[in-house]
Ligand binder design. Sequence first.
Ligand code: ZN
Ligand code: ZN
Length: 378
Amino acid sequence: MRKTLWLTAAALALVAQSGPDGAAAQTRTTLDIYVVDVEGGNATLLVAPSGESLLIDTGNVAPAAAIRDAERIMAAAKDARLNQIDNLIITHWHGDHYGGMAELARRIPIRHFIDHGPNVQPNPEVDEFLTKVYPQLYTSAKHTVAKPGDKIAVAGLDVQVVTSAGETIGTALPGAGGPNPYCASFKPGENNAEDPMSVGIYVTFGKFRTVHLGDLTKNKEFELMCPNNRLGGIDVFLGLHHGVNTSNSEVMIHATHPRVAIINNGTRKGGQPDVMKVLHSSPGLEDLWQIHFSQLSGQEYTVPGMFIANGVDETLAAMPIAPIASPAPGPNTPPPPAHNGPAYWIKVTAQQDGTFTVANTRNGFAKTYSPNGRLGTN
Ligand SMILES: [Zn+2]
Ligand SMILES: [Zn+2]
């Protein structure tokens, strides 16, 4: 029964909503990461102890979804006491990543726009945005086309670009570079044109290490990670391409052996059984956190509800045990369960010594991971 309780109204009433605290003027010491619920898109906000910020993606396109997602990002920015976004990475030109940008720019100044360059997957809506709207947004800001090996300046953090525009870093990060034993059994995957272009970053804060690779696909994971593991080990793996199965091969997940993975999945996007099996069997993975339950996981493959940040608008009494198959996209496909009401982020708070805490703002459940629990030395 435990797993079914989290969706009840009683559980929702217990939520301790984060808000600006009275200690606003106090010095920050931690790297704070907000994984914002943008309904199967991406919006991940990193705030350094210096107060400088890096936002990765802006949620969904289309008028109502863009406003909803920009507001949800603003709630996180407000919680972090930001009055501007210092750096914005748009990982790639898909509507679930750049979609809320114009709405967000109306609400908070964005000082630096970073992307992989032109759209390589022609789409009238995207192309119009890139010709008419985007240049106006960065006209009074900085604009950078990222290249692997570039550093993004965020005071207090080391942010290295490891993938962009289909290229990967050619040499291993310091301390990494050992042979990757998972390469031998790698199976190539299918992908569209834009996902493999994703800007991916590797972030270190003292001894704490995290990555966000946008929607980087399996074949690029192989290029980055084989024959040698150029990233090494990490503490928190962010995003995971919504947990979809065109990404998340063992050459990436098992080889980096994250202690914690946080999936930006949707109610019916990502979390398919084959991805969940890779994650649940990943060496050293202590917990998998999800921004949503996914119908594609079912109870069979999902994690306990305390690790899941969001329900749906129409409260379910229980989640079916069996995963459903992903329906083929088309005009007759029913929409996924909607979630436009109150939304909750997952927050990571990391310390210089490598200790980090992950918190579910829906139910107040939090867990601290000490650096002593790390698998191996790298
Ligand atoms: Zn949601
Ligand atoms: Zn995506």
